[in-house]
Design a protein around this ligand. Structure first.
Ligand code: F0G
Length: 366
C-alpha cells in the first residue's frame, strides 16, 4: 500500500512542510490529517473599504480537516504525545479544540477525553467530537472552570493536555504565520484575529518573530486581537467571572495565555479591542454574502474589528490614517457549519410550489 503514496501526498500537513521549525525528531511518528496550506484570499471589497491603496487578505482556517485552525497545533501535540508513549489526550474546550483533539486521537489510535461547559457548545462541534469517538464530559460552569479541572488531571501524568497551554500546540499554530509570509513574500503590516484563550495570537506572534529572525521577512505586523464585548478580560484587564457572547468559541473569562497575548500586543505595537455581538453577526453575514466565505460567529470577530477600525476616529484604534498600501491579514478561525443556529434562525420556511418552469420563474421573479 505505502509504495503507492506519492511524494506530494506525503508532503501534505504542517509538520512535513515546516519540519525544521517544529519540535519534531526524525523518529517522531507524524499524526497528520493534511492540515494547513489554507487559502489566503484577497478581498477587493475589504481593500476598498480600508482605502489608501491598502490590501486586505482573509486567511481562511475554516477549511482545515476538522474545520478550524486548531488542527495545526493538534498535529504537533498529538505526534509528540504518541512519541512519548502517551495513551490518552485530555482537553477543555469551547468546541473546536475538542473536535480537533478527538479527530487526531482517532487517527493515532489513542483515546481522548474532553471536558466541556454544559449547554455551551455549538451543535456542529459537539457532533464532530461525538462522531470521532471521544469520551465527552459536560460540567456545570464555563470553559475556565473546565480548564482548571483538566490542568489538575494533567498533573497526574495519565494524560497529555492538548489545550494551548501545551507548547507543542503553539509551535504547530505558528505555521499559519509562516504560510502568510511565504505567500506574501513578507509579513503583513497588520494582523487581525479573534482572541479567546489567547493561544493563537501567541502562536502567530512567535511565528512572525521566528521568520524575521531567520531573514525570511523584513518586518513584523502589529497584532490586533478582538474579544467579544461580554467576554473581554484582556481588554478590561480583569477576569470576567461570567463571560457572555453569541460567539461561544471565545466565551472565555480568564485566558490561559493572557500574559503572552499582552506581550505580543505590546511588542508589536498592536492592540486588544472589543466588538459587540451585533457587529460580529453582521460581519459573519457580510463575509458569507459578499465574499463567499462562511465562518462561525467567533471567526467573524476579525472582520467586525476591521470594519470598526475603518469607521473609528479613536487614534489608537483606527485605520483612517493608515500608511498607504499597507497589507492587512484577517484570520477567520472556524467554519460556519460548526455553529449554524443563528443562521438557521434567519432562514424562512421553504414553501413548495408546483414543479413547472412558469411557477419557478414567478417564485424567483426573474
Ligand atoms: N476562533 C475560534 C473558532 C475558536 O474556536 C477559538 C478558540 C478562537 C477563535 C480563539 O483562539 O483561544 O487561541 O485565542 N477556541 C478554543 C476551543 C478555546 O476550545 O476550541 P484562542
Amino acid at each position: 500500500m505505502h509504495s503507492t503514496i506519492t511524494k506530494s501526498q506525503r508532503s501534505r500537513g504542517v509538520v512535513e512542510r515546516y519540519r525544521k521549525f517544529l519540535p519534531v525528531l526524525p523518529e517522531t511518528p507524524v499524526i497528520s490529517l493534511g492540515e494547513g496550506n489554507t487559502p489566503l484570499i484577497h478581498s477587493t471589497r475589504l481593500s476598498q473599504r480600508v482605502g489608501r491603496g491598502c490590501e486586505v487578505f482573509v486567511k481562511n482556517e475554516g477549511v482545515n480537516p476538522t474545520g478550524s485552525f486548531k488542527d495545526r497545533g493538534m498535529t504537533v501535540a498529538v505526534s509528540k504525545a504518541v512519541e512519548r508513549g502517551k495513551a490518552a489526550l485530555i482537553c477543555a474546550s469551547t468546541g473546536n479544540t475538542s473536535a480537533s483533539a478527538a479527530a487526531y486521537a482517532a487517527h493515532a489510535g489513542i483515546s481522548c477525553v474532553v471536558i466541556l461547559p454544559a449547554g455551551k457548545i455549538a451543535t456542529g462541534k459537539l457532533l464532530q467530537t461525538f462522531a470521532y469517538g471521544a469520551k465527552i464530559v459536560a460540567v456545570d460552569g464555563n470553559f475556565d472552570g473546565a480548564l482548571q479541572i483538566v490542568q489538575e488531571l494533567g498533573e497526574t501524568g495519565d494524560f497529555t493536555i492538548v489545550n494551548s497551554i501545551n507548547p507543542d500546540r503553539i509551535a504547530g499554530q505558528k505555521t499559519a504565520a509562516f504560510e502568510i509570509v511565504d505567500e506574501l513574500d513578507d509579513a503583513p503590516d497588520f494582523h487581525l484575529l479573534p482572541v479567546g484563550n489567547a493561544g493563537n495570537i501567541t502562536a502567530y506572534w512567535a511565528g512572525y518573530r521566528e521568520f524575521i529572525a531567520r531573514e525570511r521577512s523584513t518586518k513584523l505586523p502589529a497584532m490586533i486581537g478582538f474579544q467579544a464585548m461580554g467576554a473581554a478580560p484582556i481588554f478590561h484587564g480583569r477576569i470576567i467571572e461570567n463571560p457572555e457572547t453569541i460567539a461561544s468559541a471565545i466565551r472565555i473569562g480568564n485566558p490561559a495565555n493572557w500574559k503572552q497575548a499582552r506581550a505580543a500586543v505590546v511588542e508589536s505595537g498592536g492592540a486588544i479591542d472589543i466588538i459587540s455581538d451585533e457587529e460580529i453577526l453582521a460581519a459573519q453575514k457580510w463575509l458569507a454574502q459578499k465574499e463567499g466565505i462562511f465562518v462561525e460567529p467567533a471567526s467573524a470577530a476579525s472582520i467586525a474589528g476591521l470594519f470598526k477600525w475603518c469607521d473609528s476616529t479613536h487614534s489608537a484604534h483606527s485605520f483612517q490614517k493608515i500608511r498607504e498600501a499597507s497589507r492587512i491579514v484577517c484570520t477567520v478561525t472556524g467554519h460556519g457549519l460548526k455553529d449554524p443556529d443563528v443562521t438557521i434562525g434567519r432562514m424562512k420556511e421553504l414553501k413548495p410550489i408546483a414543479a413547472t418552469v412558469m411557477d419557478v420563474r414567478r417564485a424567483i421573479e426573474f
